[in-house]
Structure formats: C-alpha cells, structure tokens
Design a binder for this molecule. Structure first.
Ligand code: BDR
Ligand code: CA
Length: 309
C-alpha cells in the first residue's frame, strides 16, 4: 500500500501520520501540506517534526497558504497557536522540498499510476488545485480517503452544520466532490461516534514509547480542551479514524453510497455537506460515506502507533 498524505498538522493529524508510519505494509511516499488548523509555516514545520520523531525519510511538500477564494479562521483554539499544543518543541532539522504540493501530487500520481491512496486530513485546497491543473488525476489514483463533512448537520465550527476541513475551503471541497467519483468520506459525526475514552487514551500515553511521550506533550492542550467541551471524557481523533479507513478498509462495518454536494453560499451553512439521502436531486458527485467502523481495530491501531499496543 502506498500513501500520499495531505495534512495540516494539527494534533490529530500527527496521530494519523504516526499510525501510517507504524504500518509495515504501508509506504508513505509524501506528505503534502495545507494551511488549516494553523498557518502554513507552522503546518509544514509540524509535518517535518512528526517524521523526525520516528526518523522517517519522507519528502514534505508545502502547498497553498490560503483557501482558494475566501479567508478562513484557523483552529488554534483546539491545536495551540503553533498547531502542536505550544509545547515548546525545537524547530525541525529538515526542510520541505521546493516543489509545490499540488505539482508533487500530479507527479507522484504519474510515477505511481494506479497504486496510490490519497489520504486527505485537512482542507482540500491542494487537491482542488491539482485537479484543476489536471482533471485526469482521479484516473491514476485508485483510492481517495477524505476526513471532512458532517453528514446530518452536526458540525464543529461556528456555522453549526459545517465541519472544519470542508468549511475552511468550501470551494476546494466543491471542486473535489464534483470531480472525484467514489471518494471515501469519514465525517465528523462518524468521528464522534468512534471517540475513544480519554482515560484509556491517556493510559496508552503513559505506557507507550518515545512516540507516546512526544504525543503526550503536543496533545496536552487538546486533551484539556476535550475534557472541558461537550466531548467531556472522550478523545476525539478525526484524522486518526480516517487513517484507519485508509489502512484497513475491512475495518469498515457500514458504509453507504450517496451523491454529496457542498454548500457554497449559505449564511449559516457555507461549507456544509448536503447529502442526497433519498436520491431525489441531481448532484453529480457520488461518495462512499463511512458510518460504522470496528471500534476495537481503531483502539488497537492507535495504541500500537504510540508504542503501547
Ligand atoms: C478536522 O479539523 C481539524 O481541526 C482536524 O485536524 C481534523 O482534520 C476535524 O473536523
Ligand atoms: Ca487535520
């Protein structure tokens, strides 16, 4: 399995990347980096930092610093102003490659034609740009797994029915959902349904190896946030759940295919995922919506990625 991971690290992004790097059967061919949780200079540095924790040699490509059309608010209140919990980490030693993320996506899709899984853990800006440059991209990439959306309107940003990744760059989401047949969507509601008990998660942090110690430091603020929000007592890790779907397709117990469109105009709904549950409309897009996963597979993989499995 070959993965290209597009990401805006981000505390849950880091866990997802650790999961991918921990899987012997998976080769991570690149991290392409988006702005989202925090600004691009932070997300690029954080992508490099995750790789350095495990000594992984994976190229990092910086992408777009802003959404395609309108500016958007970040999620520093969840992830810290540097995206990694303001834990005082030293700067990374490596640096990003000179090639733009969108161009790296296109090049790698040709070099590994028919073999790559794209795993999208942040706003879809880089992928939308790549698709506009080369609409033939989906034909070369057999799987696209996206973390984003809120299928029945239980979102996680100020516009209540909207999820962060798609709400950060709705136009990019629109481009991707229209153009990509059969993308696999792991939404915020599935994430809530598969939250891990916070005390169990903290026990893994205490029992694991140096990855756990590092992750314990960068996740401290987010764990405090989780303890004090409606998620009280749960560890909600959206990107990690999407990575489980990428790594273990057979961990999905229930999924349905439906057309999905992205709301671009609504005052209260801009960026919302509109699902044609009863197939009454004429949206061109069609996505595989993941609803239920094997919770124990998720727990086992997260624990293993922290060295506590
Ligand atoms: C998504 O938003 C970000 O804050 C997380 O990293 C995740 O990708 C969840 O809505
Ligand atoms: Ca993310």
């Amino acid at each position: 399995m070959k993965l290209l991971i597009d990401t805006d690290p981000g505390v849950d992004d880091a866990l997802a990347i650790l999961m991918a790097l921990d899987e012997p059967a998976a080769e991570v061919v690149a991290l392409t980096v988006a702005a989202g949780n925090v600004g691009l200079h932070h997300t690029v540095a954080n992508a490099l930092r995750v790789l350095e924790v495990v000594g992984a040699r994976v190229p990092v490509f910086a992408g777009c610093a802003t959404p395609l059309v309108r500016p958007a608010a970040d999620a520093a209140f969840v992830h810290g102003t540097d995206g990694f919990g303001d834990a005082g980490l030293p700067p990374p030693q490596g640096q990003a490659s000179a090639e733009h993320a969108a161009l790296a996506m296109l090049r790698l899709s040709r070099e590994h034609a028919g073999a790559l899984t794209f795993v999208m853990l942040g706003p879809l800006t880089n992928l939308a740009l790549a698709l506009k440059l080369d609409p033939g991209l989906p034909a070369r990439v057999p799987r696209l797994v996206v973390m984003g959306g809120a299928l029945t309107g239980r979102g996680n940003v100020d516009r209540l029915p909207v999820e962060f990744n798609l709400g950060f760059d709705p136009e990019a989401a629109h481009v991707v959902f229209e153009a990509w047949p059969g993308l696999e969507l792991v939404d915020w509601e599935a994430t809530l349904d598969h939250a891990l008990p916070l005390d169990r998660f903290q026990a893994w942090l205490a029992a694991g190896d140096r990855r756990a110690r590092w992750y314990g430091a960068i996740s401290r603020k987010t764990r405090d946030f989780m303890a004090s929000t409606p998620h009280r007592g749960e560890w909600v890790a959206a990107d990690a759940l999407a990575m489980l779907v990428a790594l273990e397709p057979d961990a999905v117990d229930q999924a349905v295919e439906r057309p999905v469109a992205i709301e671009l105009d609504g005052r209260l709904t801009r960026g919302a995922t509109i699902v044609d549950w009863d197939r009454r409309g004429s949206f061109p897009g069609r996505a595989r919506l993941v609803r239920r996963l094997r919770a124990e597979r998720f727990a086992a993989r997260v624990a293993r990625a922290l060295g506590a499995g």
